[in-house]
Design a protein around this ligand. Structure first.
Ligand SMILES: *Cc1c(COP(=O)(O)O)cnc(C)c1O
Length: 457
């Protein structure tokens, strides 16, 4: 225990210094594949080692191979952020080591999870009587949505296995977790329809309705529609109200993937992004993306608790009730259930809805300012509407030129940006989402972009 106390203090100090100045490290590590692996011994230690030695190797071998997601200049993928209350809660979660697989195995972990789920439903303007739970990732949450949709479309599959005529609908801009979930559940990729999008990368409801009509005419069974609020490439927002009309008319499960964007709705002026979501059957978002919570933490809501339970419970199908306590093991694949609710509770209380909204509002505003500068410069073009914290743009000219620009920026390991493909063209993507990123960061990025663009002409 003395080791624990001593190193606990040391590591908290280390973390505080690290979080105060993540920019002391290069955002991208200067390593090649297998460098780290080769620096580690091929066999495990026979005898225990001191914390001193272990930590020395952490600093010597591991840290130089880390891509620093905390770095203010990390603007790739979806830049994400944890926060001090989340990190402190992780310490308590590890210490309690509570496993909320059933109510009795950890009553407070189960009930705290139900409480924070209710807070979030309320803040998002979704029905507060929906069921909710947490999973590790959005990919896992979406797989659970598709499984629940399937058992609702086909109740006998629990015992007899799934028929092969069920169809899942996503937009061509949807995250591949929908297709992957459908593949893993045995739908077959040929049974996933990728509906085309409009000029602003939103699913076209007319094409969705037409595809469903054709599928029915061919004897197929529409099972699940996945609409996205905040797509991964451009943060486009599918027209959920129109899609919900189709889902209701056709009696098809509607799942909303708001993995990244949902927390923006905590600011009243961005509440519109969730319009129509109250009519969905299920909904996923990731506090580990834009809600200040450390990875992993995905929140999954569903109106249809019975189908979720039917898909995953081996027990009798009666509902567990508040009196008997909720057993999370009956609502998903895993038995073990981490006490994720504790970190969410710490975060939601420490910042409050208002405080979270302020951070997100500020990030959206500074993204907008950079967007306007890029849009105003004739060397560049904007490639998708920017309404949240992502900018998709390119230098006018060839893909090669844009690839070279991105490479020249990332190579210096000062900034880390990523790219996507839109209408067949290579597009550079800037994603703002880390609390350490400031206006000054984006100012410096603009100078770098501008300078590199001139050199690249
Ligand atoms: C990031 C993302 C996902 C995948 O999230 P994981 O938690 O990594 O599985 C799914 N959908 C969207 C829209 C995303 O942005």
């Amino acid at each position: 225990m003395e080791d624990f106390r001593e190193w606990g203090h040391k590591l908290i100090d280390w973390v505080a210094d690290y979080l105060a100045h993540p920019e002391r490290y290069p955002v991208l590590p200067a390593v090649r594949p297998n460098d780290i692996l080769n620096a580690l011994p091929p066999t495990g230690p026979e005898r225990g080692e001191s914390m001193e030695t272990i930590f020395r190797d952490f600093e010597r071998i591991i840290l130089p191979g880390i891509t620093h997601w905390n770095h203010p200049n990390f603007l790739a993928y979806f830049a994400i952020t944890s926060s001090p209350p989340s990190i402190l809660a992780e310490l308590l979660i590890a210490a309690l080591n509570a496993n909320a697989m059933i109510w009795q195995s950890s009553p407070a972990a189960t009930e705290l999870e139900l409480a924070v789920i209710r807070w979030l439903l309320d803040w998002f303007g979704l029905p507060t009587d929906w069921f909710g739970t947490t999973f590790d990732t959005a990919s896992t949450s979406t797989l659970h949505a598709i499984a629940a949709a399937r058992v609702r479309a086909c109740p006998e599959l629990r015992d007899q296995g799934a028929p092969s005529n069920l169809i899942v609908y996503v937009s061509e801009q949807a995250h591949n977790s929908g297709e992957k979930g459908a593949m893993a559940l045995g739908f077959g990729r040929n049974h996933v329809r990728r509906i085309a999008t409009d000029a602003e990368f939103r699913m076209r409801p007319d094409l969705l309705a037409e595809t469903i009509r054709q599928d029915r005419a061919n004897g197929l069974v529409p099972c699940c529609i996945i609409a996205t609020v905040g797509t991964t490439s451009t943060t486009s927002i599918d027209p959920v109200p129109a899609i919900a009309d189709i889902a209701a008319r056709e009696n098809v499960w509607l799942h909303i993937d708001a993995s990244y964007a949902a927390p923006a709705a905590l600011a009243p002026e961005f509440r519109w992004i969730l319009a129509g979501c109250e009519r969905a059957d299920s909904f996923v978002f990731n506090p580990h993306k834009w809600l200040l919570t450390s990875i992993e933490c995905s929140v999954f809501f569903s109106r249809d608790r019975v189908s979720l339970r039917r898909a995953f419970s081996l027990g009798a199908e009666f509902l567990d009730t508040r009196d008997a306590g909720v057993n999370f093991m009956d609502y998903g694949i895993p038995l073990g259930h981490r006490f994720r609710a504790l970190k969410l509770w710490f975060v939601l209380r420490y910042y409050g809805r208002e405080g979270i909204a302020r951070i997100i509002r500020e990030q959206i505003a500074m993204t907008r300012e950079l967007h306007d500068r890029i849009a105003a410069d004739p060397r560049f073009e904007i490639c998708a509407p920017c309404h949240l914290s992502v900018i998709c743009f390119r230098m006018k000219g060839s893909d090669e030129r844009n690839r070279a620009l991105l490479e020249s920026i990332n190579k210096r390991a000062e900034f880390f940006l990523s790219s996507t493909t839109l209408h067949g063209r290579f597009v550079i993507r800037i994603a703002v989402g880390n609390m350490a990123t400031t206006r000054e960061t984006l100012e410096n990025l603009w100078l770098r972009l501008s300078e590199s663009a001139s050199v690249n002409i």
